[in-house]
Design a binder for this molecule. Sequence first.
Ligand code: SF4
Ligand code: SF4
Length: 163
Amino acid sequence: MNQRDLTFRERLYLFEVFKGLWLTSGHFFSNMRKHLARQLGFNRIEKGAVTFQYPEERRPFSPRYRSRHRLTQRADGSPRCVACMMCETACPARCIYIVAGEHPDPHIEKYPIRFDIDLGVCVFCGFCVEACPEDAIRMDTGIVEIAAYSRKEMIYHIEDLLQ
Ligand code: SF4
Ligand code: SF4
């Protein structure tokens, strides 16, 4: 990518700092005016920006929001997943890895011996949830703080996904 050289005025930085301050102050006073006008009953239409004090205060999520995955369970606590691989096939990021095993119950064909999702690669598209014929995988945990110190720790295994 071509980068243009900074002009002499830009290299002084002082004007750029004032430009930034001008912009920020503009937002500050505009919001202050809207909040004050609303408080005093002059304006019921315009709303000033509201800052959520995250992480103490969390913004309410839409019910459709896609958060960290979970595997749903049967009444006995075992995963509902029948290891059909539909989610693995639908995943555009190829971050699901399943190993299927024979289920001891003859009414259930298979179950996942291993079910890993690499959340460091996942793009949170929700295709896996859409593809599942068993409602065995959902993205409704409300967990969005997904961070780790290594890529390996970003891989969630079946035990993590069942919690
Ligand atoms: S949300 Fe999308 S990218 Fe993530 S595991 Fe599901 S299908 Fe793959
Ligand atoms: S699509 Fe559903 S049932 Fe099939 S492997 Fe994925 S989670 Fe399991």
